[in-house]
Write a protein that binds this ligand. Structure first.
Ligand code: SF4
Ligand code: SF4
Length: 172
């Protein structure tokens, strides 16, 4: 009975399918060469602001109002419960029938979002039953103190300015 040919690391079936080492090195060097000479696509932010789609939801929140000026937020706290980062603080209160803040029985007496915690996941927006809370395309959220990072209801009710108009230091 003749003995089956011995497989060595160089002749085994798996080894036959493997590319030689020099080919892997050549491919790697090719990638390095390609990346070294490719066109520069660095954004010159913040000196040049690239427009983002108007309805992109990548930036700060907005508390919306109805056309008559009443706040859409009814202080239900569902957004705060939905938030995985515990970034929202809501205190609800009954509306004064003579001077309601929102339609219905209740409104948000206090509303805060802590942008030190927020991860921009949008779950709060999904949870809101009145579409009072939305995300905007305003991503310029630089701050230098804890106080600045906590946005109050008054700030959140203000629509964001156009991108690039925030009075931050643009010299880098
Ligand atoms: S976007 Fe996400 S992390 Fe930020 S406040 Fe809403 S639920 Fe919380
Ligand atoms: S923003 Fe929406 S979910 Fe949050 S308290 Fe107001 S109504 Fe409720």
């Amino acid at each position: 009975m003749s003995e089956a040919p011995r497989e060595t690391p160089e002749t085994g079936p798996a080894e036959e399918r493997r590319s030689p080492a020099w080919w892997a090195i050549a491919k790697g060097m090719g990638t390095v060469f390609k990346q070294t000479f490719r066109a520069d696509n660095t954004e010159r932010y913040p000196k040049e602001i690239v427009e983002v789609p108007e309805r992109s939801h990548i930036g700060r929140h907005l508390l919306n109002r109805h056309d008559d000026g009443l706040e859409k937020c009814i202080g239900c706290e569902l957004c705060a419960y939905a938030c995985p980062a515990d970034a929202i603080w809501v205190v609800g209160e009954d509306n004064d029938p003579e001077a309601p803040v929102s339609p219905g029985e209740r409104h948000a007496k206090d509303y805060q979002i802590n942008y030190l915690r927020c991860i921009m996941c949008g779950l709060c927006v999904e949870a809101c039953p009145t579409r009072a809370l939305t995300l905007t395309n305003y991503y310029e959220l630089a701050f230098t103190s804890r106080e600045d990072a906590i946005w109050t209801k008054e700030r959140l009710l203000e629509p964001p300015p156009p991108l690039g108009t925030d009075p931050i230091d643009r010299e880098g």
